[in-house]
Design a protein around this ligand. Structure first.
Ligand code: PMP
Length: 305
């Protein structure tokens, strides 16, 4: 990805894409102590609009606070950096990646006297699992890797190092012929996907795991709000893997994954084994919302120009 035209926002300036480099002794590269966000901008009638920008920036700052990383910029500056990264690369739609990381001033775990850097890149990233998955759903497997424990890594932080666990689980799932992993928490209850929150539907009620050991997803929150507005009961509760086996429908949510139906878990078809009616209803609302086709909550869109 490094060898391409474009501009990346790095420490307050837009620099040439190929020149946005760090030293090999960059502290975060060694220990994974950094925080990031995944944000999307969508093409709307009024131009590219970033979806729920403020919420993503707020979470980035919360993540940094949890890890004790002092943020060298204000939230307004980071919002503007994200707008600039889309606008200055002439993107109609984009995936936006802000990341906060330590510099190369020292290697000790004390991590004192290190400079805090911030970068924001934006590029085109179409449907995470391909277009067909949006209707056909994906096959997932229960991971042999346990999701983070609340006292081992900080689950409320979107921290770089947390994603080792996600990548191990995803690799295992792909190697066994699936598209995604379902991670269970340390007590054996359903937590989330490698980069998505999960919902299951049974007898018209929508369930999702409590936030104990999964990320407080912005798409999750959006979908819960839509579902409540439609009159569905949405319940946060502990969910077992066999509750997913016998669900009528299940889907993942995430900024990258959007609203993604789940076809099967561990080889057991879920419902009809493709996108169910409730999933379709919520997915349609989601895509209409992010592309500015609804009047609901226009404040969720931030135009880049
Ligand atoms: N869980 C994990 C582990 C994730 O990485 C993500 C993606 N940020 C999500 C859930 C979904 O969060 P969001 O809807 O805010 O993108």
């Amino acid at each position: 990805m490094a060898d391409r035209d474009g501009l990346i926002w790095l420490d307050g300036e837009l620099v040439d894409w190929r020149e946005a480099k760090v030293h090999v002794l960059t502290h975060t590269l060694h220990y994974g102590m950094g925080v990031f966000e995944g944000v999307r901008a969508y093409e709307t009638d009024q131009g590219a609009a970033i979806f729920r920008l403020q919420e993503h920036t707020d979470r980035l700052f919360r993540s940094a606070h949890i890890l004790g990383i002092p943020m060298p910029y204000t939230k307004d500056e980071i919002n503007e950096a994200q707008r600039a990264a889309v606008r200055e690369n002439n993107l109609d739609s984009a995936y936006i990646r802000p990341m906060v990381f330590y510099g190369s001033e020292g290697m000790g775990l004390r991590a004192d006297n290190l400079k805090v850097h911030v970068m924001v890149a934006a590029w085109e990233w179409p449907a995470y699992m391909g277009e067909e998955a949006k209707t056909q759903g994906i096959r997932i497997r229960t991971s042999s890797y346990t999701r983070h424990h609340v006292n081992i890594t900080m689950c409320k932080a979107k921290a770089n190092g947390n994603y080792i666990n996600s990548m191990l689980a995803l690799r295992e799932a792909i190697d066994s012929g699936c598209e995604e992993a379902l991670l269970l928490d340390n007590e054996g209850y359903v937590a989330e996907g490698s980069g998505e929150n999960i919902f299951v539907i049974r007898d018209g009620v929508i369930y999702t795991p409590e936030l104990t050991s999964c990320l407080d997803g912005i798409t999750r929150k959006t979908i819960m709000e839509f579902a409540a507005n439609l009159g569905y009961t949405v319940q946060e509760k502990r969910i077992t893997r066999d509750e997913v086996y016998i669900a009528d429908e299940a889907f993942f949510t995430g900024t990258a994954a959007e609203v993604l139906p789940i076809q099967s878990l561990d080889g057991r078809l879920i419902g009809e084994g493709r996108r169910g009616p409730v999933t379709e209803q919520l997915q349609t609302l989601y895509f209409d919302q992010v592309t500015g086709k609804r009047d609901y909550k226009p404040e969720w869109q931030t135009l880049v120009k």
